[in-house]
Design a protein around this ligand. Structure first.
Ligand code: C2E
Ligand code: CA
Ligand code: CA
Length: 570
């Protein structure tokens, strides 16, 4: 070769390497790059056609070994038979054949060696890309089901964000509703197969630019185009999966609990932000009901943050004295005299007063409620003790105790020890319990109530009538006081057409009288309701008609003088 020719070839080679080594994630792109690179050399090396054969072993994504044939370069000559082939085999399982036209000048040995070097490079480069893309697939796929895994979803979110299309999507977080049932009918191994089938069916319903990822267990997240989201919801809320083995076959209908969020207005556009919206909506969905759909909103986010706040900061909230006890008087309406009160907790947080519905359910779920109830009892005892020491009038105060206490071994001793620590008469405390949902707990409840009574502590059942077996409970557990829930006390404008409710109230009050129980009507708001209750024969009243829950300072005023004898009806 002349010196000039050599120069030409090396400049071509540089262009060749440039085009060949372009990074590409996708093996198909890699083939395109190779073809473009080969064009640089085609003329110099008299190339007519280059074909690569590659074998890929069987794997999880490809159940059978594959033999791929890729045409890397084709000058477009029709009769390959007239071409002269050179073939190189590679140890990793494949070969590359290149053809030069037999009409062209025959190859020199050194040219053949050069060509081999070039083709080796091409082969290893492609092979490397293939492995890289395979590795990428393994890293981004949930091998159990074939859906993406969280890493794969993160990559997808990154791509959408880069292409500025993320805001056209909704993120859907869902949990299969009744999947546990599957493992009761089939084995765990078969359960896995059914999960795979379920996943494949969902993936089949996706458009090409949508993605499903499994997060573990039976939890999934999907990125779905806005216009397709209603169809997708219908799909996952009623997904039928048929499965059969040699013994039995079954058709499962799966529902889902779903949290969903639009992604317009999303700021950072990373996976963390997308997932946090989805999981907030999902948490709320779970909290409301199994099998429902909840859309993300700023209000829901705030509420969840507050709840998490109360759980994670419970101890410091308690230590800082942010839980404040309010007192709601109970009034004996036959004498217009205060005859008791109920302690109700509030959380004084950053200048506002947070009501118990916003934090008690979370503390109950998490277990801290028991500590809070004992804390309230201590505060109440402390209040009563001070009054005792000052020889001031005292009345019985009831404290709410969560059902969670039924699981404690030393509930009664704990209550007694707190009261005794403050050296106040036991009769000044009433323990309010809520009806248990579990029949088996009636036995425990009965023991607790009898034991408290043995110590001279009053007991009351809260929200009577709202449980599913209030009468049973009344029969089995010998409580002193029954608090009739406000849902049994009709509003005056509702009286018409509410004969059934009124008959029920009459019957409840009549029955409680006959059983010798004391009773309190809760949530009484109007003078008309009050009059009605008096007519029915229920005289102890707790409700806004007399007072809302009061601060300790306001409550103290109710204990002095004859406040309720003056015209106080609201
Ligand atoms: P509850 O024990 O049934 O308490 C009565 C609820 O009814 C109180 O709500 C009270 O403010 C409200 N109420 C009283 N009168 C009226 C009325 O005329 N109309 C209406 N609409 N409502 C009235 P609050 O204080 O928000 O407490 C809600 C629930 O939180 C309580 O229901 C109780 O289950 C729970 N709770 C409150 N404090 C504690 C506590 O220290 N420990 C435990 N375990 N639970 C507590
Ligand atoms: Ca109560
Ligand atoms: Ca109640």
């Amino acid at each position: 070769m002349e010196k000039n020719d050599q120069k030409l070839l090396s400049s071509r080679l540089i262009k060749f390497w440039d085009k060949l080594y372009k990074e590409s994630g996708d093996p198909e792109d890699c083939i395109n790059n190779i073809s473009m690179a080969l064009e640089e050399l085609a003329q110099e090396l008299h190339l007519a056609k280059v074909v690569m054969d590659i074998r890929t072993p069987e794997n999880r994504f490809q159940p059978q070994a594959q033999h791929l044939q890729k045409i890397l370069y084709d000058q477009g000559r029709e009769k390959t038979a007239e071409m002269y082939p050179f073939s190189f085999s590679f140890a990793t399982g494949g070969n590359v054949t290149f053809y030069v036209s037999s009409a062209e000048t025959p190859f020199q040995e050194n040219e053949k060696i050069e060509m081999e070097a070039v083709l080796r490079e091409i082969f290893y480069w492609y092979d490397r890309n293939l492995h890289r893309s395979f590795l990428h697939k393994v890293l981004s796929t949930d091998l159990e089901t074939g859906a993406a895994n969280p890493y794969g979803m993160g990559q997808f979110v990154g791509l959408l964000q880069a292409g500025k299309t993320l805001m056209q999507y909704c993120v859907v977080f869902f949990n299969i509703h009744n999947f546990k049932y599957v493992n009761k009918v089939f084995s765990y191994a078969e359960g896995d197969k059914i999960l795979r089938k379920y996943t494949e069916q969902i993936m089949d319903s996706l458009a090409e630019d949508e993605k499903l990822a499994r997060l573990g267990g039976d939890n999934y997240v999907a990125l779905i185009k806005g216009e397709h989201v209603e169809d997708f919801l219908t799909e996952i809320r009623e997904m039928r999966v048929d499965y059969a083995n040699s013994v039995k076959s079954k058709s499962f209908l799966f529902g889902a609990t779903v949290g969903i969020s639009r992604l317009d207005g999303i700021q950072k556009g990373n996976l963390g932000e997308v997932m946090s919206r989805a999981s907030i909506a999902y948490q709320e969905s779970r909290r409301r009901a199994v099998g429902g759909v909840v859309w993300y909103s700023e209000e829901i986010r705030q509420a969840i943050m507050e709840r998490q706040n109360v759980i994670s900061n419970f101890k410091s909230i308690l230590d800082n004295g942010e839980f404040i006890v309010y007192y709601q008087p109970k009034v004996d309406s036959s004498k217009m005299e205060i005859c008791g009160a109920e302690a109700l907790i509030r959380w004084q947080h950053e200048g506002s007063l947070i009501p118990p519905v916003k934090f008690i359910p979370q503390l109950e779920q998490e277990g801290s409620i028991c500590r809070l109830d004992y804390y309230v009892l201590e505060q109440v005892c402390h209040f009563l003790k001070e009054r005792e020491e000052n020889n001031q009038r005292n009345i019985c105060i009831s404290v709410n105790f969560s059902r969670k206490h039924l699981e404690e071994d030393d509930f009664v001793q704990h209550v007694v020890s707190i009261i005794d620590k403050y050296e106040i008469p036991h009769k000044l405390i009433e323990v309010e319990l809520t009806e248990s949902e579990d029949f088996q707990q009636y036995g425990i409840m009965s023991e607790i109530v009898n034991s408290l009574k043995g110590h001279g502590i009053h007991t009351a059942i809260d929200d009577f009538g709202t449980g599913f077996s209030s009468l049973n409970m009344l029969k089995k557990v010998n409580l002193d006081v029954v608090k009739i829930d406000k849902s049994f006390i009709p509003f005056e404008e509702d009286y018409k057409g509410k004969e059934k409710d009124m008959t029920m109230l009459w019957s409840i009050v009549g029955m409680l009288h006959q059983l010798g129980k004391s009773m309190v009507a809760e949530g009484v708001e109007t003078p008309e309701q009050l009059k009605y209750l008096q007519k029915v024969g229920c005289h102890i009243i707790q409700g806004y008609v007399f007072d809302k829950p009061l601060t300790e300072k306001e409550f103290v005023k109710r204990l002095t003088g004859d406040y309720y004898k003056t015209d106080v009806l609201k």
